[in-house]
Design a binder for this molecule. Sequence first.
Ligand code: SF4
Length: 326
Amino acid sequence: MTAPALLALRGVGHRFRVGGGFLQPSRHLQALDDVDLAVARGETLGLVGESGSGKSTAARVMLGLLRPETGRVELDGAPLEGLSRLAIARRVQPVFQDPYASLNPARTVEAIVRLGLEVHGIGADTTERRDRVAAMLDLVGLSPRLAASHPAALSGGQRQRVAIARALVIEPDVLICDEPTSALDVSVQAQILNLLLDLRARLGLTIVLISHNLAVVEHLADRVAVMYLGRIVETAPVARLFRAPRHPYAQALLASALAPDPVAARRRVPLLGAPADPLNRPAGCAFHPRCPHALPLCRTQTPALGAAGAACHLPSSDTPSQETEP
Ligand code: SF4
């Protein structure tokens, strides 16, 4: 990526302490391990991986909800650490998976969307704030008559539109969308995806899109980062990754999730076994117990992300493909 990063994780690592009690030592779960990620202004970065890969922990770090043990988070080149929670929220806003749980049931739609304007002191008075809310509801495709409704009166898709309006009304720099469609009916998912596409084009949004649904990521993202047990194992422009993944885990993930492409299928390997226990992360490349290409070296040495965007000891994974990258 040549454009300067708007939001970046630099060597971020974080462990959670798990268990512990009478005569039992606690253990550590390495949720993030030396993660380098950057999203440029106007870019949509997809973050994919199985459950336990660290995607949601990365989201919490980006939102300033979790301070990482090691490494740093930067917003426009400045460390996030020096900013208050409120200052971070002004610039980085979330859209969560479950609109049923993320909206205050006691407030009207108008009050839910207006709250951010009040908290951040945006708008001269109540009249201006109401106008901004009305314009935002219109932008996300909600009828003005729903402004006086409570979340319980709305459909799932309407609630997620309210959640998006609430995030965007303060005009943040970055939107962190954590599984924004997975709690919705299939028929509604496409509407919300198309809404995000439309808003991105109209507002020039910068989005980090976290999803286990690869089709969603392929539809919306410009670039993709693949995570496995807390590490980035491959990063690439979306078209290149979906056409010719280089890391064996990325190949297997795509092969297990997408409709078979006869050409690509020849290059892909099946995803063997269950993900490793994060509390007992294998040494070396954490993917080696599931990797059909594992070498002796893979059991002891953790591969770094190579110039071709994959973290793998196989020489072929670090060979840029002959295909033209977009
Ligand atoms: Fe497989 Fe080794 Fe590459 Fe890991 S480093 S993905 S075990 S070949």
